[in-house]
Design a binder for this molecule. Sequence first.
Ligand code: ACO
Length: 427
Amino acid sequence: MDDFVTLTYNGQEIKLPVAIGTEGEKAIDISTLRRDTGFITLDPGYANTGSCSSAITYMDGEQGILRYRGIPVDQLAEHATFKETAYLLINGKLPNREQLTRFSVMLNDNSLVHEDMRTFFSNFPRMSHPMGILSAMVNALRSFYPELNTLEEEINLTMTRLLAKVRTMAAMSYKISRGHKVIYPRPDLTYCENFLNMMFDTPVKPYEINRAAVNALRVFWILHADHEQNCSTSAVRVVGSARVNLYAAISSGIAALWGPLHGGANQAVIEMMTKIHEEGGNFKKAIERAKDKNDPFRLMGFGHRVYKTYDPRAKIMKKMCDELLESLQINDPLLDLAKELEEVARKDSYFIDHNLYPNIDFYSGIVLRAIGIPTNMFTVMFAIGRLPGWIAQWKESLDDPQWKICRPRQVYTGNQEYNFVPIHARG
Ligand code: ACO
């Protein structure tokens, strides 16, 4: 294959280089297009635009493949800890024993949150959404730990701080929102155990570590750990490209993730399912509404920009639902409803023709409900899981020799120049 494509315009031939990824993905490099032709490209929603080259995550939306640094996500979900997965994403390879121990010690040492931050938490209005609080608090971390600079050691410390503290902050906001005593992290517990303990331990009822819940949380976080250039990751990269500090870049990622078309879908799915259940379980009405072009309603948890087949994460999550609910002896009517809805939707020609399959959010809420996580914390759980991916992508962009500030162009469609009209002369 030629390593360039030829663009012909007004008799002029312009050769544009072709970039090919390690899995054969082809891209036309248009970085000199405007300079050579005066043209820009137009691609609303960036569906055909590669914003960067990246060696972190590979996904094939047609075949339903997802790999972190080359390792299939199902293998990681089966064998890895969340900590190992985070290390893999950020550093490029799995840690050896010594590296993992050092990483664990650093996470433990940084897991406390500055006591002054507690007052911030307490002063948010009671009804505040936890994603708004988390985004603000992560940004505020910069004021408490301002010594970020470009020294490698310092950057490593900031990344570890985020991984350690965001988990503590999420549990802390839950406790404060309920008016309960804040539970501190413990050095003897694993990353996942610690989170559940900080969420559910109380002075009058100690939390008993539940193996099935810990395992489900581990898998949930691993499955969410990265997903290449999605909306929130792109937000982290775009904001980070202005060379802001990592806290600010991650804070913008959290804000983007909050949206119901992105990470907020896990909350929206449970709300949709609960409504269908409360109204007698007639999910066919929801399917008909989703198909109606005059109705803005969408079947939440269905469809994906990249996956045109079953989301590989959703497959694992669905299996996890069955295992967890059986192990905890929970009978959740929403799981039966979800399975029935999926079965009917997948036989419907609208969903077949539009390649609409369940995405990760379709079943993840049922797992979180079973663990005891309140619905408005679902997207926060996603954010904790996605943190290693955001950090890895930010770090990669920092080290990229082709780095540039992100600054897209536009096709202007507004008024052409006209003169200012004084107020007395306006109609
Ligand atoms: N229900 C009904 N129709 C849908 C759905 C849905 N959930 N998703 C897509 N479609 C239809 C659209 O109406 C459109 O139909 P048309 O071509 O006849 O006009 C077609 O499928 C393509 O949809 P787009 O919105 O153009 O696809 P896009 O790639 O931009 O959007 C998205 C992807 C946002 C995920 C979309 O499928 C959606 O809104 N899903 C529901 C929300 C959701 O579950 N989000 C979580 C995604 S996973 C994640 O971010 C973690």
